[in-house]
Design a protein. Structure first.
Length: 131
């Protein structure tokens, strides 16, 4: 019987590991998050959300356009707009905390209130740069 050398054994092992990894990745995708599938729509009631959380007023409405785009939520904390961004996987991040993702805009807004710890949310004002 012919013995295999180390190089052949390593090649067989790495090939098997790659095949198993690709199979696991393919089977772990959720049907609605398959490649190219659009993210689920934002679930905000038609009248919006208006609540007081930890003493701060949170207002969320669906935008009609502007820089957020049609159907994107607009969040205000005590009247100042909180910039919200949607990730490719359908989660959300805010300008207050880019390092944590949230499942929906209200969770992101509540986390921003906690992170502010009573400080005022300073509105972001884009300035035109002249070249």
């Amino acid at each position: 019987m012919k013995k295999i050398n180390r190089r052949q054994a390593l090649g067989i092992t790495s090939g098997a590991a790659i095949a198993l990894g690709l199979t696991a990745c393919k089977s772990s995708k959720a049907p609605d998050q398959a490649a190219g599938a659009p993210a689920s729509p934002v679930s905000i009631p038609t009248g919006g959300i208006d609540e007081v959380y930890e003493g701060r007023r949170i207002q969320i409405t669906l935008g009609a356009g502007g820089h957020h785009g049609v159907g994107m939520p607009t969040i205000k904390i005590d009247g100042n707009e909180l910039h919200l961004m949607r990730n490719a996987d359908g989660t959300w991040v805010t300008v207050v905390n880019h390092y944590e993702t949230f499942k929906d805009p209200i969770s992101a807004a509540r986390a921003a209130v906690r992170d502010l710890q009573g400080a005022a949310l300073v509105p972001f004002v884009a300035k035109e740069v002249k070249l």
